[in-house]
Design a binder for this molecule. Structure first.
Ligand code: NDP
Length: 282
């Protein structure tokens, strides 16, 4: 029997914990498979999908390909179709099926923080593939969303999919402080805080967070500038690690039909983060 191959594609991809997390899940489930990180730039995406179709049983898709991958897939599960982005692809005998498990991953985090309540006021920063999943999960719990993105047209396109419960804020607006003061939750779904943007915050430095505002930064494994602001203000805050684990667990179920060992996946992420920190590669 041949070994099943899985992967995550993205650019950058060096920071990804998915290989460690899924390798642990495969081992715990006794599945003969391997999972690797593949660097794919936007220009390489189409060719990469061709190779993945030939050689891999399934793959994850991360920044910046979650929306761009859609035209290369043969079928979209409602989760990916409704969100307009896919982070999980199943290869069913050469037919590529797109799913979105970020919605379930983010919903699980909202439940853990007891923020899954109707009327929750949320400021979402970003309008890319993961912001789409975040907004979709927030719509499912009946939240009201203010959306801020550098590219306002992209934010408006996202808002159009959300039945009138998303207000798009103009980028660079002067009254952002007033918005931040009245929301229950701020979510960073931008790339600001990661890679070459590691020292950039998605909120201007002069904005002050209230200690009653919760903060979720989808970036994981590091104290981002936004999380540093949240810590200084005494906010309840989490990074994106638990969302990563929960979306990964859902991907694993879709690929294998097996319930993964989530504790083993979480432990593998922490171990990999420590390893990366000790060799200063992260
Ligand atoms: P996309 O490429 O789809 O979107 C990137 C977002 O970041 C856009 O809103 C983009 O704004 C913004 N952005 C990028 N560069 C800049 C910049 N220089 N200044 C201002 N805004 C910028 O990426 P994803 O949505 O897939 O990922 C976004 C983040 O979420 C990443 O950090 C990723 O690691 C994290 N993530 C974490 C997950 C988890 O499980 N924890 C799951 C998914 C993502 P614009 O539209 O104006 O270009």
């Amino acid at each position: 029997m041949s070994t099943d191959r899985f992967a995550v594609i993205g650019d950058p991809i060096e920071h990804s914990l998915s290989p460690a997390m899924h390798t642990a899940a495969l081992a715990a489930a006794g599945i003969d498979g391997n999972y690797e990180a593949v660097h794919v730039s936007p220009a390489q995406l189409q060719a990469a999908v061709g190779q993945l179709r030939r050689e891999y049983r399934g793959f994850n898709v991360t920044l910046p390909h979650k929306e761009a991958i859609l035209p290369f897939l043969d079928f979209l599960d409602p989760s990916a179709r409704d969100v307009g982005a896919a982070n999980t692809v199943v290869n069913a005998g050469g037919r590529l099926e797109g799913h979105n498990t970020d919605v379930g991953g983010f919903s699980a985090v909202l439940r853990q923080l007891q923020l899954d309540r109707p009327g929750l006021e949320v400021l979402v920063l970003g309008a890319g593939g993961s912001a789409r999943a975040v907004v979709h999960a927030l719509m499912l719990v009946g939240a009201r969303v203010s959306l801020l993105n550098r590219d306002s047209a992209r934010a408006r396109r996202l808002a159009e999919t959300a039945s009138g419960r998303v207000a798009v804020l103009p980028h660079g607006m002067e009254s952002l402080q007033a918005v931040v003061e009245q929301v229950d939750l701020v979510v960073n779904a931008t790339a600001l805080g990661l890679g070459h943007l590691a020292d950039r915050s998605p909120l201007p430095e002069d904005v002050r967070l209230s200690p009653f505002t919760a903060v979720i930064d989808l970036i994981y494994g590091r104290r981002t500038p936004l999380l540093a602001m949240a810590a200084a203000a005494g906010c309840q805050m989490v990074d994106g690690l638990e969302m990563l684990v929960q979306q990964g667990a859902e991907s694993f179920r879709i690929w294998t039909g097996v319930e993964p060992d989530i504790a083993a996946m979480r432990a593998a992420c922490f171990a990999r983060l420590e390893e990366l920190a000790s060799c200063s590669a992260f």
